[in-house]
Design a protein around this ligand. Structure first.
Ligand code: GLU
Length: 510
Protein backbone atom coordinates (compact mmCIF):
# COMPACT_ATOMS: atom_id res chain seq x y z
CA UNK A 1 0.00 0.00 0.00
CA UNK A 2 1.22 3.49 -0.81
CA UNK A 3 2.22 5.71 2.05
CA UNK A 4 -0.04 8.66 2.84
CA UNK A 5 1.40 11.76 1.18
CA UNK A 6 2.92 14.01 3.83
CA UNK A 7 5.18 16.89 2.87
CA UNK A 8 6.72 19.69 4.83
CA UNK A 9 8.03 23.19 4.40
CA UNK A 10 10.98 23.47 6.76
CA UNK A 11 12.42 26.99 6.74
CA UNK A 12 15.07 28.27 9.11
CA UNK A 13 14.08 31.55 10.76
CA UNK A 14 17.25 33.37 9.71
CA UNK A 15 15.58 36.38 8.08
CA UNK A 16 12.62 37.25 5.88
CA UNK A 17 11.34 34.44 3.71
CA UNK A 18 12.56 34.89 0.12
CA UNK A 19 10.02 34.42 -2.69
CA UNK A 20 11.96 31.28 -3.66
CA UNK A 21 11.03 29.92 -0.23
CA UNK A 22 7.39 30.78 -0.80
CA UNK A 23 7.55 28.89 -4.09
CA UNK A 24 8.96 25.84 -2.27
CA UNK A 25 6.11 26.06 0.24
CA UNK A 26 3.62 26.45 -2.62
CA UNK A 27 4.84 23.39 -4.53
CA UNK A 28 4.70 21.36 -1.30
CA UNK A 29 1.18 22.58 -0.65
CA UNK A 30 0.04 21.83 -4.21
CA UNK A 31 1.57 18.37 -4.12
CA UNK A 32 -0.09 17.59 -0.77
CA UNK A 33 -3.51 18.83 -1.84
CA UNK A 34 -3.34 17.15 -5.23
CA UNK A 35 -2.68 13.84 -3.50
CA UNK A 36 -5.10 14.26 -0.64
CA UNK A 37 -2.18 14.50 1.78
CA UNK A 38 -0.87 16.74 4.55
CA UNK A 39 1.25 19.87 4.37
CA UNK A 40 3.37 20.59 7.46
CA UNK A 41 5.25 23.66 8.61
CA UNK A 42 8.36 22.81 10.60
CA UNK A 43 10.67 25.52 11.88
CA UNK A 44 14.33 24.48 11.69
CA UNK A 45 15.95 26.70 14.28
CA UNK A 46 18.82 24.55 15.51
CA UNK A 47 21.42 27.08 14.41
CA UNK A 48 21.02 29.44 17.33
CA UNK A 49 23.69 31.77 15.98
CA UNK A 50 21.61 32.58 12.93
CA UNK A 51 18.28 33.07 14.69
CA UNK A 52 16.56 36.34 13.74
CA UNK A 53 13.71 37.60 15.93
CA UNK A 54 10.46 38.03 14.03
CA UNK A 55 11.49 35.75 11.18
CA UNK A 56 9.27 32.86 12.28
CA UNK A 57 6.20 35.08 12.54
CA UNK A 58 7.08 36.54 9.15
CA UNK A 59 7.07 33.03 7.64
CA UNK A 60 3.68 32.25 9.19
CA UNK A 61 2.20 35.58 8.06
CA UNK A 62 3.56 35.12 4.54
CA UNK A 63 2.02 31.69 4.12
CA UNK A 64 -1.25 33.00 5.48
CA UNK A 65 -1.29 35.93 3.08
CA UNK A 66 -0.47 33.65 0.16
CA UNK A 67 -3.31 31.32 1.18
CA UNK A 68 -1.10 28.26 1.55
CA UNK A 69 -2.14 27.11 4.98
CA UNK A 70 -0.39 24.18 6.61
CA UNK A 71 -2.44 21.33 8.05
CA UNK A 72 0.04 20.73 10.86
CA UNK A 73 2.93 22.59 12.32
CA UNK A 74 4.13 25.60 14.23
CA UNK A 75 1.20 27.83 15.10
CA UNK A 76 -1.28 25.02 14.36
CA UNK A 77 -0.18 21.95 16.29
CA UNK A 78 -0.75 18.34 15.31
CA UNK A 79 0.09 14.75 16.22
CA UNK A 80 3.86 15.28 15.96
CA UNK A 81 4.11 18.48 18.01
CA UNK A 82 6.29 20.29 18.80
CA UNK A 83 7.18 21.34 15.25
CA UNK A 84 9.87 23.83 16.25
CA UNK A 85 13.20 21.99 16.35
CA UNK A 86 14.56 23.96 19.28
CA UNK A 87 11.71 22.47 21.32
CA UNK A 88 12.67 18.96 20.16
CA UNK A 89 16.28 19.30 21.27
CA UNK A 90 16.20 16.25 23.53
CA UNK A 91 15.09 13.94 20.72
CA UNK A 92 18.18 14.21 18.54
CA UNK A 93 20.99 13.29 20.91
CA UNK A 94 19.71 9.75 21.24
CA UNK A 95 19.97 9.22 17.47
CA UNK A 96 23.42 10.79 17.29
CA UNK A 97 24.59 8.41 20.03
CA UNK A 98 22.97 5.46 18.30
CA UNK A 99 25.03 6.28 15.21
CA UNK A 100 28.20 6.36 17.33
CA UNK A 101 27.33 3.05 19.00
CA UNK A 102 26.71 1.44 15.62
CA UNK A 103 30.04 2.67 14.27
CA UNK A 104 28.63 5.20 11.78
CA UNK A 105 29.67 8.29 13.67
CA UNK A 106 32.26 9.36 16.23
CA UNK A 107 33.02 11.92 18.89
CA UNK A 108 35.51 14.62 17.94
CA UNK A 109 37.24 16.83 20.49
CA UNK A 110 39.32 19.05 18.21
CA UNK A 111 39.47 22.68 19.26
CA UNK A 112 38.73 25.48 16.84
CA UNK A 113 42.49 26.24 16.69
CA UNK A 114 43.24 22.64 15.74
CA UNK A 115 40.56 22.70 13.07
CA UNK A 116 41.91 25.96 11.71
CA UNK A 117 45.41 24.48 11.62
CA UNK A 118 44.11 21.47 9.68
CA UNK A 119 42.34 23.66 7.16
CA UNK A 120 45.49 25.74 6.59
CA UNK A 121 47.64 22.67 6.20
CA UNK A 122 45.31 21.14 3.64
CA UNK A 123 45.05 24.40 1.78
CA UNK A 124 48.83 24.82 1.70
CA UNK A 125 49.16 21.28 0.41
CA UNK A 126 46.54 22.14 -2.24
CA UNK A 127 44.47 19.14 -1.15
CA UNK A 128 41.32 18.49 -3.23
CA UNK A 129 39.25 18.22 -0.05
CA UNK A 130 40.16 20.75 2.63
CA UNK A 131 37.64 19.62 5.21
CA UNK A 132 37.57 17.06 7.99
CA UNK A 133 37.19 13.81 6.06
CA UNK A 134 38.13 10.14 5.93
CA UNK A 135 41.57 11.22 4.70
CA UNK A 136 42.48 13.16 7.82
CA UNK A 137 40.29 11.85 10.63
CA UNK A 138 43.02 9.35 11.55
CA UNK A 139 45.31 12.13 12.71
CA UNK A 140 42.76 14.22 14.60
CA UNK A 141 41.51 14.15 18.20
CA UNK A 142 38.47 11.90 18.09
CA UNK A 143 37.02 8.66 19.39
CA UNK A 144 38.54 6.79 16.44
CA UNK A 145 42.08 7.80 17.38
CA UNK A 146 41.94 8.15 21.18
CA UNK A 147 41.79 5.16 23.53
CA UNK A 148 38.29 4.33 24.76
CA UNK A 149 39.03 5.23 28.40
CA UNK A 150 40.31 8.68 27.37
CA UNK A 151 37.18 9.26 25.35
CA UNK A 152 35.00 8.21 28.32
CA UNK A 153 36.92 10.42 30.62
CA UNK A 154 36.57 13.44 28.31
CA UNK A 155 32.84 12.87 27.96
CA UNK A 156 32.38 12.47 31.72
CA UNK A 157 34.43 15.59 32.38
CA UNK A 158 32.06 17.50 30.13
CA UNK A 159 34.71 18.44 27.58
CA UNK A 160 33.20 20.04 24.49
CA UNK A 161 32.67 17.60 21.63
CA UNK A 162 30.86 17.24 18.37
CA UNK A 163 29.57 14.08 16.74
CA UNK A 164 30.70 13.60 13.14
CA UNK A 165 29.51 11.11 10.56
CA UNK A 166 32.12 8.54 9.62
CA UNK A 167 31.84 8.94 5.87
CA UNK A 168 32.76 5.65 4.16
CA UNK A 169 35.62 5.68 1.70
CA UNK A 170 35.09 5.15 -2.01
CA UNK A 171 31.47 4.08 -1.88
CA UNK A 172 28.92 5.04 -4.50
CA UNK A 173 25.77 6.55 -2.98
CA UNK A 174 22.83 6.37 -5.34
CA UNK A 175 19.68 8.35 -5.01
CA UNK A 176 16.64 9.10 -7.11
CA UNK A 177 15.34 12.59 -7.49
CA UNK A 178 11.88 13.15 -8.95
CA UNK A 179 13.11 16.22 -10.84
CA UNK A 180 16.72 15.36 -11.58
CA UNK A 181 16.34 11.61 -11.85
CA UNK A 182 19.38 9.51 -10.94
CA UNK A 183 22.10 10.91 -8.70
CA UNK A 184 25.36 9.15 -7.92
CA UNK A 185 28.09 10.47 -5.67
CA UNK A 186 31.31 8.88 -4.52
CA UNK A 187 31.65 9.24 -0.76
CA UNK A 188 35.36 10.04 -1.09
CA UNK A 189 34.30 13.52 -2.23
CA UNK A 190 32.27 14.06 0.95
CA UNK A 191 33.42 15.17 4.38
CA UNK A 192 32.71 13.99 7.89
CA UNK A 193 29.93 16.49 8.52
CA UNK A 194 29.07 17.45 12.07
CA UNK A 195 25.74 15.91 13.10
CA UNK A 196 25.61 17.07 16.68
CA UNK A 197 27.20 20.25 18.02
CA UNK A 198 28.97 21.17 21.22
CA UNK A 199 26.04 23.43 22.21
CA UNK A 200 23.82 20.35 22.51
CA UNK A 201 21.93 21.09 19.31
CA UNK A 202 21.87 18.82 16.27
CA UNK A 203 22.96 20.29 12.94
CA UNK A 204 20.49 20.75 10.14
CA UNK A 205 21.36 17.37 8.58
CA UNK A 206 20.61 15.21 11.61
CA UNK A 207 17.56 17.13 12.78
CA UNK A 208 16.12 17.25 9.28
CA UNK A 209 16.44 13.51 8.69
CA UNK A 210 15.25 12.53 12.17
CA UNK A 211 12.21 14.79 11.94
CA UNK A 212 11.28 13.78 8.41
CA UNK A 213 11.30 10.20 9.65
CA UNK A 214 9.41 10.83 12.89
CA UNK A 215 6.88 13.07 11.16
CA UNK A 216 6.29 10.37 8.52
CA UNK A 217 7.24 12.61 5.62
CA UNK A 218 6.66 10.82 2.31
CA UNK A 219 8.21 13.38 -0.08
CA UNK A 220 10.91 15.97 0.51
CA UNK A 221 10.36 18.86 -1.91
CA UNK A 222 12.99 21.55 -1.44
CA UNK A 223 15.33 23.94 -3.18
CA UNK A 224 18.17 22.76 -5.37
CA UNK A 225 20.71 24.21 -2.94
CA UNK A 226 20.08 21.14 -0.79
CA UNK A 227 20.95 18.65 -3.51
CA UNK A 228 24.61 18.37 -2.37
CA UNK A 229 23.31 17.24 1.06
CA UNK A 230 21.28 14.41 -0.44
CA UNK A 231 24.00 11.68 -0.32
CA UNK A 232 24.61 12.43 3.36
CA UNK A 233 20.90 12.27 4.07
CA UNK A 234 20.54 8.98 2.20
CA UNK A 235 23.38 7.53 4.29
CA UNK A 236 21.77 8.78 7.49
CA UNK A 237 18.50 7.03 6.60
CA UNK A 238 20.48 3.86 5.93
CA UNK A 239 22.56 4.08 9.11
CA UNK A 240 19.55 4.82 11.28
CA UNK A 241 17.79 1.78 9.83
CA UNK A 242 15.11 3.78 8.05
CA UNK A 243 15.99 3.12 4.44
CA UNK A 244 12.74 1.32 3.72
CA UNK A 245 10.64 4.30 4.69
CA UNK A 246 12.97 6.95 3.29
CA UNK A 247 11.01 9.77 1.64
CA UNK A 248 11.22 10.43 -2.09
CA UNK A 249 13.13 13.56 -3.02
CA UNK A 250 12.39 16.39 -5.44
CA UNK A 251 14.86 19.27 -5.71
CA UNK A 252 13.35 22.38 -7.25
CA UNK A 253 15.18 24.57 -9.78
CA UNK A 254 16.69 27.83 -8.58
CA UNK A 255 14.99 31.17 -9.02
CA UNK A 256 17.42 33.17 -11.14
CA UNK A 257 18.12 36.85 -11.66
CA UNK A 258 16.22 38.38 -14.61
CA UNK A 259 19.33 37.99 -16.82
CA UNK A 260 19.66 34.36 -15.78
CA UNK A 261 23.11 34.90 -14.28
CA UNK A 262 22.95 33.52 -10.77
CA UNK A 263 20.47 33.16 -7.97
CA UNK A 264 17.90 35.92 -7.42
CA UNK A 265 18.99 37.87 -4.37
CA UNK A 266 17.75 40.70 -2.22
CA UNK A 267 20.32 42.95 -3.88
CA UNK A 268 18.78 42.32 -7.33
CA UNK A 269 15.45 43.51 -6.00
CA UNK A 270 17.00 46.70 -4.58
CA UNK A 271 18.96 47.31 -7.77
CA UNK A 272 16.15 46.63 -10.23
CA UNK A 273 13.29 47.94 -8.11
CA UNK A 274 11.13 44.93 -7.36
CA UNK A 275 10.41 43.06 -4.12
CA UNK A 276 12.03 39.69 -3.45
CA UNK A 277 10.02 39.16 -0.27
CA UNK A 278 6.30 38.45 0.06
CA UNK A 279 5.69 41.01 2.82
CA UNK A 280 7.41 44.18 3.94
CA UNK A 281 10.29 43.30 6.28
CA UNK A 282 11.96 45.49 8.83
CA UNK A 283 15.37 44.26 9.88
CA UNK A 284 15.24 43.99 13.68
CA UNK A 285 18.83 45.19 14.06
CA UNK A 286 19.47 47.77 11.36
CA UNK A 287 15.84 48.85 10.97
CA UNK A 288 16.35 48.60 7.20
CA UNK A 289 13.13 48.06 5.26
CA UNK A 290 12.76 45.59 2.41
CA UNK A 291 9.68 45.92 0.24
CA UNK A 292 7.07 43.18 -0.06
CA UNK A 293 4.61 42.07 -2.72
CA UNK A 294 1.66 42.61 -0.39
CA UNK A 295 2.53 46.23 0.30
CA UNK A 296 3.36 46.83 -3.36
CA UNK A 297 -0.26 46.13 -4.20
CA UNK A 298 -0.18 42.56 -5.45
CA UNK A 299 -3.16 40.32 -5.02
CA UNK A 300 -2.09 37.12 -3.26
CA UNK A 301 -3.72 35.12 -6.08
CA UNK A 302 -1.59 36.88 -8.69
CA UNK A 303 1.56 36.45 -6.60
CA UNK A 304 0.93 32.73 -6.20
CA UNK A 305 0.07 32.26 -9.87
CA UNK A 306 3.27 34.05 -10.90
CA UNK A 307 5.39 31.96 -8.52
CA UNK A 308 3.78 28.70 -9.62
CA UNK A 309 4.82 29.37 -13.23
CA UNK A 310 8.45 29.99 -12.25
CA UNK A 311 9.78 26.46 -12.55
CA UNK A 312 6.66 24.55 -13.53
CA UNK A 313 4.36 24.50 -16.54
CA UNK A 314 0.97 22.88 -17.00
CA UNK A 315 1.96 21.43 -20.38
CA UNK A 316 -0.49 23.79 -22.12
CA UNK A 317 -0.55 27.48 -23.04
CA UNK A 318 -2.83 28.32 -20.11
CA UNK A 319 -1.25 30.79 -17.70
CA UNK A 320 -3.97 31.92 -15.34
CA UNK A 321 -4.54 29.47 -12.52
CA UNK A 322 -6.31 29.96 -9.24
CA UNK A 323 -4.85 28.10 -6.27
CA UNK A 324 -7.56 25.44 -6.69
CA UNK A 325 -6.76 25.12 -10.42
CA UNK A 326 -3.10 24.73 -9.56
CA UNK A 327 -3.94 21.91 -7.18
CA UNK A 328 -5.75 20.13 -10.01
CA UNK A 329 -3.01 20.64 -12.61
CA UNK A 330 0.19 20.48 -10.58
CA UNK A 331 2.58 17.60 -11.03
CA UNK A 332 6.22 17.10 -10.15
CA UNK A 333 6.80 15.71 -13.67
CA UNK A 334 6.23 19.19 -15.07
CA UNK A 335 8.72 20.87 -12.75
CA UNK A 336 11.67 22.07 -14.82
CA UNK A 337 15.26 21.05 -14.30
CA UNK A 338 16.68 24.38 -15.44
CA UNK A 339 16.59 27.47 -13.22
CA UNK A 340 13.69 29.88 -13.70
CA UNK A 341 14.49 33.47 -14.64
CA UNK A 342 12.54 35.97 -12.62
CA UNK A 343 10.55 38.35 -14.84
CA UNK A 344 9.22 41.42 -13.08
CA UNK A 345 7.15 42.60 -16.07
CA UNK A 346 5.41 39.25 -16.03
CA UNK A 347 4.71 39.61 -12.30
CA UNK A 348 2.91 42.89 -13.04
CA UNK A 349 1.11 41.28 -15.96
CA UNK A 350 -0.26 38.62 -13.64
CA UNK A 351 -1.53 41.27 -11.27
CA UNK A 352 -3.16 43.11 -14.15
CA UNK A 353 -4.95 39.91 -15.23
CA UNK A 354 -6.34 39.39 -11.75
CA UNK A 355 -7.26 43.04 -11.43
CA UNK A 356 -9.29 43.18 -14.64
CA UNK A 357 -11.10 39.99 -13.78
CA UNK A 358 -12.13 41.32 -10.37
CA UNK A 359 -15.62 42.53 -9.74
CA UNK A 360 -15.99 46.29 -10.12
CA UNK A 361 -17.79 46.48 -6.75
CA UNK A 362 -14.95 44.67 -5.03
CA UNK A 363 -12.34 46.92 -6.64
CA UNK A 364 -14.56 49.89 -5.84
CA UNK A 365 -14.37 49.01 -2.14
CA UNK A 366 -10.57 48.91 -2.30
CA UNK A 367 -10.35 52.09 -4.33
CA UNK A 368 -12.68 53.82 -1.88
CA UNK A 369 -10.12 53.19 0.89
CA UNK A 370 -7.48 54.85 -1.23
CA UNK A 371 -9.80 57.77 -1.96
CA UNK A 372 -10.39 58.21 1.76
CA UNK A 373 -6.62 58.48 2.24
CA UNK A 374 -6.59 61.20 -0.39
CA UNK A 375 -9.36 63.00 1.49
CA UNK A 376 -11.96 62.27 -1.19
CA UNK A 377 -15.47 61.08 -0.43
CA UNK A 378 -17.75 60.06 -3.23
CA UNK A 379 -20.86 58.15 -4.11
CA UNK A 380 -20.11 54.42 -4.26
CA UNK A 381 -21.88 53.86 -7.59
CA UNK A 382 -19.80 56.64 -9.07
CA UNK A 383 -16.59 55.04 -7.70
CA UNK A 384 -17.59 51.69 -9.19
CA UNK A 385 -18.23 53.33 -12.56
CA UNK A 386 -14.81 55.01 -12.43
CA UNK A 387 -13.15 51.71 -11.58
CA UNK A 388 -14.84 50.03 -14.55
CA UNK A 389 -13.50 52.78 -16.82
CA UNK A 390 -9.87 52.72 -15.70
CA UNK A 391 -9.10 49.18 -14.61
CA UNK A 392 -7.82 48.12 -18.03
CA UNK A 393 -5.18 50.84 -17.76
CA UNK A 394 -3.57 49.82 -14.48
CA UNK A 395 -1.72 46.92 -12.90
CA UNK A 396 -2.54 47.84 -9.29
CA UNK A 397 -5.41 49.43 -7.40
CA UNK A 398 -3.04 52.15 -6.16
CA UNK A 399 -2.31 53.14 -9.77
CA UNK A 400 -5.98 54.01 -10.18
CA UNK A 401 -5.57 57.31 -8.39
CA UNK A 402 -3.10 58.50 -10.98
CA UNK A 403 -5.40 57.39 -13.78
CA UNK A 404 -8.64 58.58 -12.26
CA UNK A 405 -8.09 61.43 -9.80
CA UNK A 406 -9.70 63.87 -12.28
CA UNK A 407 -13.04 62.10 -11.79
CA UNK A 408 -12.98 63.45 -8.23
CA UNK A 409 -10.85 66.60 -8.25
CA UNK A 410 -10.33 69.15 -10.95
CA UNK A 411 -6.76 69.24 -12.30
CA UNK A 412 -4.41 71.79 -10.78
CA UNK A 413 -1.78 71.48 -13.43
CA UNK A 414 -1.71 70.76 -17.13
CA UNK A 415 0.71 68.56 -19.03
CA UNK A 416 3.30 71.00 -20.40
CA UNK A 417 3.95 68.98 -23.57
CA UNK A 418 0.29 68.92 -24.49
CA UNK A 419 -0.04 72.64 -23.74
CA UNK A 420 2.90 73.38 -25.96
CA UNK A 421 1.62 71.25 -28.79
CA UNK A 422 -2.09 72.15 -28.67
CA UNK A 423 -2.83 75.34 -26.77
CA UNK A 424 -2.06 77.83 -29.49
CA UNK A 425 -3.43 79.86 -32.40
CA UNK A 426 -7.21 80.09 -32.32
CA UNK A 427 -7.68 77.07 -30.06
CA UNK A 428 -8.29 78.95 -26.79
CA UNK A 429 -10.95 81.06 -28.42
CA UNK A 430 -12.63 77.99 -29.97
CA UNK A 431 -12.56 76.24 -26.61
CA UNK A 432 -14.16 79.28 -25.08
CA UNK A 433 -16.91 79.14 -27.72
CA UNK A 434 -17.53 75.48 -26.99
CA UNK A 435 -18.73 76.40 -23.51
CA UNK A 436 -21.85 77.92 -25.10
CA UNK A 437 -22.46 74.75 -27.10
CA UNK A 438 -22.02 72.55 -24.04
CA UNK A 439 -24.39 74.68 -21.98
CA UNK A 440 -27.16 73.92 -24.46
CA UNK A 441 -26.77 70.12 -24.36
CA UNK A 442 -29.83 68.58 -22.80
CA UNK A 443 -29.89 65.87 -21.53
CA UNK A 444 -26.15 65.92 -20.94
CA UNK A 445 -25.12 62.47 -22.13
CA UNK A 446 -21.89 61.15 -23.64
CA UNK A 447 -23.65 60.66 -26.96
CA UNK A 448 -25.09 64.17 -27.01
CA UNK A 449 -21.74 65.65 -25.98
CA UNK A 450 -20.01 63.84 -28.81
CA UNK A 451 -22.60 64.93 -31.39
CA UNK A 452 -22.44 68.56 -30.30
CA UNK A 453 -18.65 68.72 -30.46
CA UNK A 454 -18.69 67.10 -33.91
CA UNK A 455 -21.24 69.56 -35.08
CA UNK A 456 -19.23 72.47 -33.67
CA UNK A 457 -15.99 71.27 -35.30
CA UNK A 458 -17.70 70.93 -38.66
CA UNK A 459 -19.31 74.33 -38.44
CA UNK A 460 -16.03 76.02 -37.51
CA UNK A 461 -14.03 73.86 -39.90
CA UNK A 462 -11.71 73.21 -37.00
CA UNK A 463 -9.39 70.28 -36.46
CA UNK A 464 -11.18 67.51 -34.56
CA UNK A 465 -7.99 66.15 -32.99
CA UNK A 466 -6.94 69.55 -31.70
CA UNK A 467 -10.33 70.29 -30.19
CA UNK A 468 -10.72 66.91 -28.54
CA UNK A 469 -7.19 66.97 -27.15
CA UNK A 470 -7.51 70.42 -25.70
CA UNK A 471 -10.86 69.58 -24.20
CA UNK A 472 -9.27 66.51 -22.66
CA UNK A 473 -6.42 68.64 -21.35
CA UNK A 474 -8.98 70.94 -19.71
CA UNK A 475 -10.98 68.17 -18.08
CA UNK A 476 -8.21 65.74 -17.22
CA UNK A 477 -5.01 67.78 -17.09
CA UNK A 478 -3.20 65.59 -19.65
CA UNK A 479 -3.61 63.36 -22.66
CA UNK A 480 -4.67 60.21 -20.82
CA UNK A 481 -7.90 58.65 -19.60
CA UNK A 482 -10.94 56.89 -21.03
CA UNK A 483 -13.26 58.10 -23.77
CA UNK A 484 -13.75 61.86 -23.43
CA UNK A 485 -17.55 62.04 -23.90
CA UNK A 486 -17.90 59.40 -21.17
CA UNK A 487 -15.68 61.47 -18.86
CA UNK A 488 -17.80 64.54 -19.64
CA UNK A 489 -21.03 62.75 -18.82
CA UNK A 490 -19.55 61.47 -15.55
CA UNK A 491 -18.40 64.94 -14.52
CA UNK A 492 -21.68 66.63 -15.44
CA UNK A 493 -22.34 69.77 -17.41
CA UNK A 494 -21.52 72.36 -14.72
CA UNK A 495 -18.23 70.76 -13.82
CA UNK A 496 -17.20 70.44 -17.48
CA UNK A 497 -17.85 74.13 -18.04
CA UNK A 498 -16.09 75.06 -14.80
CA UNK A 499 -13.03 73.07 -15.82
CA UNK A 500 -12.90 74.66 -19.26
CA UNK A 501 -13.05 78.10 -17.63
CA UNK A 502 -10.36 77.12 -15.17
CA UNK A 503 -8.11 75.94 -18.01
CA UNK A 504 -8.71 79.11 -19.99
CA UNK A 505 -7.73 81.17 -16.95
CA UNK A 506 -4.71 79.09 -15.95
CA UNK A 507 -3.04 78.09 -19.19
CA UNK A 508 -0.91 80.63 -20.92
CA UNK A 509 -0.78 80.28 -24.70
CA UNK A 510 2.68 79.75 -26.12
N1 GLU B 1 15.97 24.33 6.96
C1 GLU B 1 16.25 24.16 5.56
C2 GLU B 1 16.06 25.50 4.89
O1 GLU B 1 16.19 26.47 5.52
C3 GLU B 1 15.33 23.11 5.01
C4 GLU B 1 15.84 22.35 3.85
C5 GLU B 1 14.97 21.14 3.62
O2 GLU B 1 13.79 21.35 3.23
O3 GLU B 1 15.40 20.05 3.85
O4 GLU B 1 15.77 25.64 3.73
Amino acid sequence: MNKRVRVRFAPSPTGPLHIGGVRTALYNYLFAKKNGGDFLLRIEDTDQGRFVPGAEQYIIDSLKWAGIMPDEGVGIGGPHAPYRQSERKEIYREYAEQLVDDGYAYYAFDTSEELEKLRKELEDAKASNTSYSSKVRGRMKNSLTLPADVVDQKLRAGEPFVIRIKMPENELVKANDLVRERIEVNTSTLDDKVLFKSDGFPTYHLANVVDDHLMEISHVIRGEEWLPSLPLHVLLYRYLGWENTMPLFAHLPLLLKPDGKGKLSKRDGDRLGFPVFPLLWKDPVSGELSSGYRESGYFPEAFINMLAMLGWNPGTEKEIFSLDDLVVHFSIEHVHKAGAKFDFEKAKWFNHQYLISRDNEELGCEFEKLLAQMGVTSNFDYVVKVVSLVKERVNFVHEMWQQASFFFVSPDSYDADVVKKRWKDNIPSLISDIKGVIRKIEPFTAEAFKDSIHHFVEEKQANMGSIMNTLRLSLVGGSFGPDLPVIAEMLGKDEVIARIEKALNSIKSE
